[in-house]
Write a protein of this length. Structure first.
Length: 137
């Protein structure tokens, strides 16, 4: 049985920056693509990636607090995701602790990094979790 490969775009949505990662479901290795500044042009930048990379699905990190409850950031992310639905189907993936883990990984690399690097790495972790749940071998 052969599976059709799909192109996935992952977004770690913040109010200042959006971490971006991509993956192919056949390869299942997410790659940090970039960080988009939230300055009014972010939807155009995302639409460009969706078109250039032939994205089939947008995976958006879903924020929750330590108790697993939605937060004010969850509301922001849901409203932002509504604006993406005409670009490609949007799905949500729990993003609990991805930014913390991303920063720990970057610190372990012992190289300089920025907040944008943390956001992009968090987007890869969100996408890795999504792939493990929905596209396991």
């Amino acid at each position: 049985m052969s599976r059709v490969s799909k192109q996935l775009l992952s977004l770690d949505v913040g109010e200042r920056r959006i971490g971006v990662a991509v993956a192919d479901t056949a390869i299942r290795i997410p790659v940090a693509l970039e960080t988009i500044e939230v300055d009014g042009s972010e939807l155009t930048a995302i639409a460009k990636i969706v078109t250039l990379d032939s994205i089939d699905t947008i995976v958006v990190g879903y924020p929750r607090n330590q108790s697993g409850e939605p937060t004010a950031q969850t509301t922001y992310v849901l409203q932002f995701a509504q604006q993406l639905k005409d670009m490609a189907p949007v799905v949500f993936q729990d993003e609990s602790l991805t930014s913390v883990i991303a920063e720990q990984q970057l610190k372990a690399d012992k190289r300089p990094y920025t907040k944008g690097d943390i956001d992009a790495r968090a987007a890869t972790l969100i996408l890795q979790d999504y792939l493990e749940i929905h596209h396991a071998a």
